[in-house]
Structure formats: structure tokens, C-alpha cells
Design a protein around this ligand. Sequence first.
Ligand code: PDD
Length: 297
Amino acid sequence: MYVYLNDRIIPRSEAVISIFDHGFLYGDGIYETMRVYNGVVFKLDEHLNRLYRSASMIGLALPKDTDAIKIAVYETLSANDLSNAYVRLTVSRGRGPLGLDPDLCKEPTFLIIAEEFKEYPKAFYENGVRLIIPKTKRNFPEALNPQIKSLNFLNNILAKIEAKQADAYEALMLNISGKLTEGTISNVFFIKDEILCTPSIECGILDGITRRVVIELATREGITVKEGEFTKQDIYSASEVFITNTTLEVMPVSRVDDRTYEVGRVTRLLYKAYRQEVKAYVADVRSSGPSIWGYSE
Ligand code: PDD
């Protein structure tokens, strides 16, 4: 297995990062998780746009332009002979002396790890997963904006620990005003009175790429979508709940705290629509032929 580190594809066993890397010392960096279907990175442009936005929000100049990053991603996939994969692209502030000042680091560290995608258990999709609303509150935007997809994940990890203690799959955090935000690695949706509801970006969430696709698909299906502020009572009184992210896609929820839900019609419809969207996207990219970023048969 190979990884892409800085400017080179190297064997995993030879890939090492300095103990002075500020990503390690201070969580100073950003990342993206992408999903590859049949050799095509789904929504690559959207992921790279978000990477650039995260970088600009922490004042980090990315060491490569978009085309160079695309080439690097596809080179990593091809070095590992992967076509259904999980890709994690990480950029840290880089190596520098101790101290918070970002200028101490001259060169960002750039890393791509690609692995065979391991499917989630079918039972998760058939029966749904369990959520809790943890005591841990989501970072608020004026402190550490959840729109930055940063390496600083302790907020989410603290909530995840609560979920694990409660034997739940995911923790759906509230913000400091008691409004719903998002899970530790996912966005949340629920159906109430035939309306598809999801917390707005202003509540303090990551602008999920899957979330956007789902909103678009729902609108196309004639479902009314409401992005706004919601309380936990709203989700308790919902008829269906699901979570989304790049790897989970559309994952039904069977329970939030003590409230239980069926895997309902809208969730199933959007799950299918999402799979169709992926197929159409992949077919479209493949039919446009090999491209400058290394896509080839
Ligand atoms: N996580 N909210 C948070 C806090 C996330 O970490 C993620 C993604 C999402 C969903 O975003 P998207 O639909 O763009 O994947 C929402 C990824 C999968 C991860 O941490 O690996």
C-alpha cells in the first residue's frame, strides 16, 4: 500500500511525519474525506472547493493548485489499484519550532491516504442506527467555526465518547442556544408534517457535501425542504430521521434518545435517489473520457 506524502508516492511503511508537525502538536490543519466509486471520486470539485475554503479560514496557503491535487488523488488511487475507495486528504500547517505562530512553519504537510472502501453493515440501512443527544455542545461558530473541516476534532470526539457509553452510533449535538446542529461526523435530517427539515449552516454545522446533494434531490422529488433552527423536541416529534455523510450516504436512524422511528418512505426514496445520483455522476465522468487529472480506463 502506498500513500502520497508531500510530493511523492511512497510505501506506507516509509511514510513518516515530524514530531514537530503542528498538525500533531496543535491540531493545526484541515482535511477532506472523499468516496471513490468505480474509479471516480464523487464530487471531487466540491470537496476541493471546501478544502480551499477551510484553508482560507485558517490562513493556510495550500501547497498545490486544484489540478495538482486532483492528479495526486488519482495517482494515489492508481498506485494502490483502488476503484472503490475511501480517500482522506490531510493538510497540516507543517513542521516548525514549538509555538502557536503559524509562520513558524514554512511548508504545509500534504498527505493522501486511500483505502479499499469497507461497506457498512446492511442492517444499518435496513433497521437504522441509534443516536443520542449528548451533553457536549457543538463548537460555536465564533469560537471554532464548524464550517472549517479541521484536524481539531476533540469537540466531536467528546460527543462520540458519550455516544459509545450509551451504545449509540452517533451523537447529535446541540449548540449553546439549545438548537440542533449535527452529528460528530454527519449532518442530520428529519421529516415532520411531510417537510424535510435540517439545521441551517448558521446553527453551526459543516456544510456537508452529501447534505447539499440530498437537499437538491429532495427538491427535485417535490419534497419541501426547510433549513432552519430546530430543537430536540422537533426531532422527537418527527416521523423519520436520517443522517448523511460522504461514506454513510443516507443512513436511516431508528432511535434518538428514547424516541424510536421506522425507516420511512422519504428516507428510502432519498437513499435510492442518492444511489442513482452517484451512478449518473460516475457514468458522466467516465463518458467524458480520460482527463487532465489522470482519470483513465
Ligand atoms: N465527516 N459534519 C461533520 C462534523 C463531519 O465530520 C462530516 C463529514 C459531515 C458530512 O459532510 P460530507 O457530507 O461532506 O461528508 C458533517 C467525514 C466523512 C469524516 O470525518 O471523515
